[in-house]
Design a protein around this ligand. Structure first.
Ligand SMILES: [Zn+2]
Length: 176
């Protein structure tokens, strides 16, 4: 047994970054493994690995949702899974210059709300392969799927369809 009256705990940088003294606001770093269920949305995430987008349609009023939804928001009846087309159109779009921890390093990036023929609600996804100035409402876009599936909504993203370049009003005959 060794007695050491000068023993000291190891120091850590965690919590030493101070943002305010009253109230005291410090920065701490933490990381966790999060095991969670997709429950009734599981089919949507499984399908992404098969390069399929699954939506849902109301069995009673036939409202078509471009997202997983177990019950109809219009009439409350149960829905069933239906495959969405992989081609759609931009309903609206934005460019994000800020994001949560995971997405922050990827900024700026484009987000689009996708409209599908035969469906009544929209699907939100990333659009790559186009700059902010290239996007327009009604632009035809195509779904792409990541090869390495992470069972996350980002397993699917969109790219512009071939020939979807915006025609400039100043030079309508301009070729690409
Ligand atoms: Zn319904």
């Amino acid at each position: 047994m060794t007695i050491n009256p000068d023993a000291k705990m190891d120091e850590s940088q965690n919590g030493t970054e101070i943002y305010s003294t009253d109230p005291l606001v410090v920065k701490s770093t933490y990381s966790i493994d999060y095991i969670h269920s997709y429950a009734q949305d599981s089919e949507f995430f499984r399908a992404l690995g098969k390069k399929k987008l699954m939506g849902s349609r109301c069995k009673k009023c036939h409202y078509g949702f471009a997202t997983p939804r177990s019950h109809c928001m219009m009439c409350g009846a149960e829905t069933e899974w239906v495959e969405l087309p992989t081609k759609g159109k931009i309903h609206s779009y934005t460019t994000c210059y800020f994001g949560s921890e995971v997405f922050l390093p990827q900024t700026p990036f484009n987000l689009v709300l996708v409209e599908f023929d035969g469906f009544d609600s929209l699907f939100m996804a990333r659009l790559i392969g186009a700059e902010q100035d290239d996007m327009y409402v009604g632009m035809p876009i195509v779904a792409k799927f990541k090869r390495l599936q992470s069972f996350s909504p980002t397993d699917v993203y969109f790219v512009p369809a071939k020939g979807s370049e915006k025609r400039s009003p100043a030079s309508p005959k301009k070729k690409k």
